[in-house]
Write a protein that binds this ligand. Structure first.
Ligand SMILES: Cc1cc2nc3c(=O)[nH]c(=O)nc-3n(C[C@H](O)[C@H](O)[C@H](O)COP(=O)(O)OP(=O)(O)OC[C@H]3O[C@@H](n4cnc5c(N)ncnc54)[C@H](O)[C@@H]3O)c2cc1C
Length: 380
């Protein structure tokens, strides 16, 4: 007995779409199932839209390798498919002398990751480039850029469909089993209508819902499903003329990149995201949930942002900061815990051939999406 479809991908975010493109390009019969009415309406629509160079991540990690490879693939893809993007470069800034060791350590880390193009700028050189900046020194990262994430997802959708793949929206996967023929059997729900479908290969790319999907693999006892801790970040947009011509990144705090400035492809300046760690274990996402995208505590948050931003942009008028939007990171660790790598699980992790499950696909997942897709396609 053959399966209904060769390959099902659960989740039409930027990563699920990129994987669908790669597998359909290999000739697989692909179906993408998405619970929302449109593609890419969760994390892929609520991020900084930065094409990261690959500076910060631990050498040898999937994050580092897939970011550096993904960046090159993404620039090529954008050029070939007219996806809005700008290789703007970015300034990584030390605001005081005591931050200089950290600044140089990031350059060393970038070199170890194969990103050898950072250019050191003295205080005067950096301020000549960006007159509103104050800093002790900076590095220019020329390969950093910004991208229109929606344009990217539309282009990926176009490739998928022209490869013969299908995307079915408003369809939630609610249970996963394995039938007698060894195929995966998925119970789905479309607006209250239950159905089931079988496939021989399965990719779980559920973003914030990754653990929920992993928990459905009940027939595999002993599989240690990573837990997801949804971690919100807020953005303020900046009213008035853009004060900088390129992204400005202060020194990171642990794995958080600090309140940085980015410009989208249309030139709108925004600051953020901050980081609102889940306070208790109850926010460990153990069952179906909807992320909270509300913008909390506007006045207190504006004051906090202003204090951070004024360290590198002293003439900021806080009243120019308008609440923008929020995004929620699908973290698989809590505050203070060691930062794990992207968790891309295959048979070596869960014991099931022809199944790839992705967890903790936070930044730089947008940059890395095409390289993540290559990585997954090699396993299926
Ligand atoms: C605040 C923030 C800033 C970021 N900034 C950057 C950046 O500047 N550069 C960068 O490279 N990366 C950035 N990222 C990371 C990047 O946005 C993510 O890595 C990427 O968007 C993840 O894509 P995804 O497809 O895994 O997830 P999503 O976009 O969340 O897609 C998952 C999809 O799966 C669907 N789904 C889940 N469960 C089911 C189910 N049971 N049935 C059917 N469908 C289901 C969901 O509805 C959703 O559409 C940022 C992330 C955040 C939160």
């Amino acid at each position: 007995m053959s399966a209904d479809v060769e390959t099902i991908i659960v989740g039409a975010g930027v990563i699920g779409l990129a994987i669908g493109r790669a597998l359909s390009a290999k000739g697989q019969d692909v179906l993408v199932l998405e619970r929302h009415q449109m593609i890419g309406s969760q994390t892929s629509a609520r991020n900084s839209e930065v094409i990261h160079a690959g500076l910060y991540y631990e050498t040898g990690s999937l994050r580092a390798a897939l970011c550096v490879r993904g960046k090159e693939l993404l620039y090529d893809f954008c050029r070939e498919n007219n996806v809005g993007h700008r290789q703007s470069g970015k300034l990584l800034v030390a605001v005081s002398d005591d931050e200089l060791p950290k600044l140089h350590a990031i350059n060393d880390q970038a070199n170890r990751n194969g990103v050898a193009d950072l250019r050191y700028l003295t205080r005067h050189e950096a301020i000549r480039m960006e007159p509103n900046l104050t800093c002790a020194a900076a590095y220019l990262s020329p390969s950093t850029g910004v991208i229109d994430s929606h344009g990217l997802m539309q282009a990926l959708e176009g490739h998928l469909t022209s490869n013969g793949a299908q995307i079915v929206l408003a369809t939630s996967v609610e249970a996963i089993g394995r039938n007698g023929a060894g195929h995966f059997s998925l119970a789905t729900n479309s607006d209250g209508d239950g159905s089931s479908i079988t496939c021989s290969k399965l990719v779980l790319s559920g973003g914030l819902h990754a653990s929920e999907l992993g928990d459905m693999l009940r027939w595999r006892t002993g599989y240690n499903v990573p837990r997801t801790y949804p971690t919100k970040g807020h953005y303020f947009t900046h009213m008035g003329p853009a004060p900088f011509s390129q992204p400005i990144y202060p020194m990171p705090v642990g794995a958080w990149l600090g309140v940085h400035l980015t410009l989208d492809v249309a030139g709108q300046t925004k600051f953020g995201p901050d980081i609102a760690w889940p306070k208790t274990d109850t926010q460990d996402q153990h069952g179906p949930f909807e992320p909270d995208y509300g913008f909390d505590d506007e006045d207190a948050r504006r004051a906090g942002f202003a204090a951070q931003i004024r360290r590198y942009f002293p003439s900021l008028d806080p009243m120019n900061l308008q609440p923008g939007y929020t995004g929620v990171r699908p973290k698989i660790y809590r505050e203070g815990e060691p930062v794990p790598d992207f968790a891309i699980h295959d048979a070596a992790d869960h014991g099931q051939p022809n199944l790839v499950a992705l967890y903790g696909m936070e930044s730089p997942g947008l940059t890395a999406c095409l390289a993540i897709a290559e990585h997954v396609a090699q396993r299926l």
